[in-house]
Each structure stands twice: as C-alpha cells, then as structure tokens.
Ligand binder design. Structure first.
Ligand SMILES: [Zn+2]
Length: 107
C-alpha cells in the first residue's frame, strides 16, 4: 500500500471542517442578522446591502458545507459521507470501505 496514514490527523481535519461549518452556520447567521439589524437601526438598510450580507453568509455556508461533506476517507480516499441511494447524509462509517468514523486501524 501507499504511505502510512495519520488517522489522528485525518479525524482532526474532519473535526475542523465540521466545526468550521457550524461556526459559519450559527455565528454567521447571528452576525448577518446583527448587521441587518444594525443597518436598520442606523437607517442605512436597503435591499442591496441586505441581499449582499445574506449572500455572503449563504456562500460561506455552502463553501464550508461542501468542505465538510467532501471530507475524504483516510483509508480509501473516497468521499466519506457520500450520499448513496437516498441514505441519510451522515453515516458513522465510510461508504467506500466501511471504516468506522474516528477509528484508527493502525492501533
Ligand atoms: Zn473509506
């Protein structure tokens, strides 16, 4: 096989992607809502800035959601959470090689 895989680093990478997604989703939304509220209070709100703020949040959301879902399996390199045959999107094991999530086969 190829070079040894650092599973701990790979799962940490996964957790970073997941954390980033939730931070952008929740903190990003709060921030966007706060900015819109602030502009409203300051009488600077208009459709363009509102849409701009929401678009920025949605794009960050899509980028981080994509980064999370595209996480490659540390063992087989397949997309870990590949949607297969209408299954739930989040599985606790790899759809390609059945590696359980967070598992280190070298230990
Ligand atoms: Zn796999």
């Amino acid at each position: 096989m190829g070079e040894p895989v650092d599973y701990d680093a790979a799962w940490e990478n996964y957790r970073t992607r997941r954390r980033l997604f939730f931070v952008v989703w929740i903190v990003g939304f709060v921030l966007a809502a706060f900015l819109n509220w602030l502009l409203l209070v300051l009488h600077m709100a208009n459709k363009v800035t509102f849409l701009g703020i929401m678009a920025a949040w949605m794009i960050s959301f899509i980028v981080t959601a994509n980064g999370w879902s595209q996480f490659p399996c540390p063992r087989c390199g397949q997309q870990f959470f590949r949607r297969a045959r209408g299954d739930a999107p989040a599985k606790s094991s790899c759809q390609g090689c059945a590696l359980p999530f967070g598992h280190d086969p070298t230990k």
